[in-house]
Design a protein. Structure first.
Length: 202
């Protein structure tokens, strides 16, 4: 029997494999990671902490090919507390979402946050990422969520969420305009000029 592609919820058994995949994909092409020259090991450590949070297992989806993890989407409740660090990435995301937080009175279980999305390069171009997003949004709506947001860091993800799934841009920050402690940590990102805060009503 030929190998088949299967989709399933993230479980603890796949946390390590998913964290490694996220780290490898992001270290190679994520604008924020490339600007800061963050190592694969550093990214993997952060992703492992996120993936092992049981809260995220309910909303995260993985893709398996012949039993091997080849792609995944990490998602959770927008109001789930995240680590407070004095780090440029955290500062950028906090500034990006500030207006949304200020003008939307949310309760837990209302807004899904799609945080990370990665697909192994050998399995790109097969529509796997779109299937992951579609399944995550459908599952969230079934669980009573009424909204979804995504922080899209590059042109590809921005196109995917807006053109394929109808997300609307609520805010954006040009990397060259972002300052952190008197520095411009993401100014070198010219191929991907902005990060966008995207929103969709489910």
């Amino acid at each position: 029997m030929a190998p088949s592609l299967q989709y399933d919820s993230l479980t603890e058994a796949y946390c390590d494999a998913f964290s490694t995949l996220l780290a490898e994909v992001f270290a190679a092409g994520e604008p924020l990671a490339r600007c800061l020259d963050i190592s694969t090991e550093e990214i993997c450590e952060v992703m492992t902490d996120l993936c092992q949070t049981t809260e995220f297992h309910r909303h995260s989806i993985i893709a398996l090919y012949d039993g091997q993890l080849v792609a995944g989407l990490l998602a959770g409740d927008f109001l789930t507390p995240k680590p407070e660090e004095d780090h440029p990435v955290q500062a950028l995301l906090k500034e990006l979402s500030a207006d949304f937080r200020q003008h939307h009175s949310l309760e837990r279980g209302q807004c899904l946050s799609i945080m990370e999305l990665a697909c192994h390069p050998q399995h790109g171009g097969q529509g796997i990422s779109q299937q992951l997003i579609k399944r995550a949004l459908t599952q969230a709506a079934e669980h009573g969520f009424t909204q979804a947001i995504a922080e899209a860091t590059g042109r590809v993800s921005q196109y995917l969420f807006k053109e394929k799934f109808g997300f609307a841009k609520l805010n954006e920050i040009a990397y060259r305009d972002f300052h952190w402690h008197g520095q411009m940590p993401f100014a070198a990102s010219t191929e991907h000029p902005t990060i966008e805060f995207l929103h969709k009503t489910l």
